[in-house]
Design a protein around this ligand. Structure first.
Ligand code: HEC
Length: 118
């Protein structure tokens, strides 16, 4: 009996692990969609900082993927930059346009973005 319960428990854990994975996948897609809508004009679709609007900025954006590879970005710093912007630079705040959860998805997308796909 105890064994059956254990197996059932393990099975339900597996099911939930799969559901969790599926939702991560769709939040990454949503993060990508939001990134393209709000960020790519300056940062470029591959986040290299060469979006069409970057040329008009006094200080063009740096390559986000390079910053990520250098270990200079994490989830918290990204969400904060997105919501509050970076005062003194051309990076605007998004607290009025995206929710904290959406900022989290964008951050997650940037942390997982695969350069080879772009
Ligand atoms: C109007 C142009 C513009 C738009 C739109 C824009 N940014 Fe920026 N961003 C900048 C500039 C300019 C900087 C400052 C230079 C730098 O740090 O690379 C910057 C900096 C950053 C940085 C690196 C600095 C840090 O410490 O976090 C990140 C990450 C970033 N932006 C993410 C985003 C995201 C995500 C969006 C969309 C929600 C976005 N940006 C929209 C111009 C823009």
């Amino acid at each position: 009996m105890a064994r059956t319960i254990l197996i059932l428990f393990a099975l339900s854990f597996l099911v939930f692990a799969c559901i969790g994975k599926a939702s991560t996948h769709s939040s990454l897609q949503e993060g990508q969609r939001l990134y393209v809508v709000h960020c790519s004009s300056c940062h470029g679709t591959s986040a290299d900082g060469k979006g069409p609007a970057s040329a008009s900025l006094a200080e063009p954006p740096r390559d986000i993927i390079q910053l990520r590879e250098e270990g200079k970005l994490n989830k918290i710093s990204l969400v904060r930059s997105i919501l509050d912007g970076l005062p003194g630079t051309g990076m605007p705040p998004y607290a009025d346009s995206v929710s904290v959860e959406e900022a989290d998805w964008i951050a997650e997308y940037l942390l997982n973005m695969n350069l080879a796909e772009n």
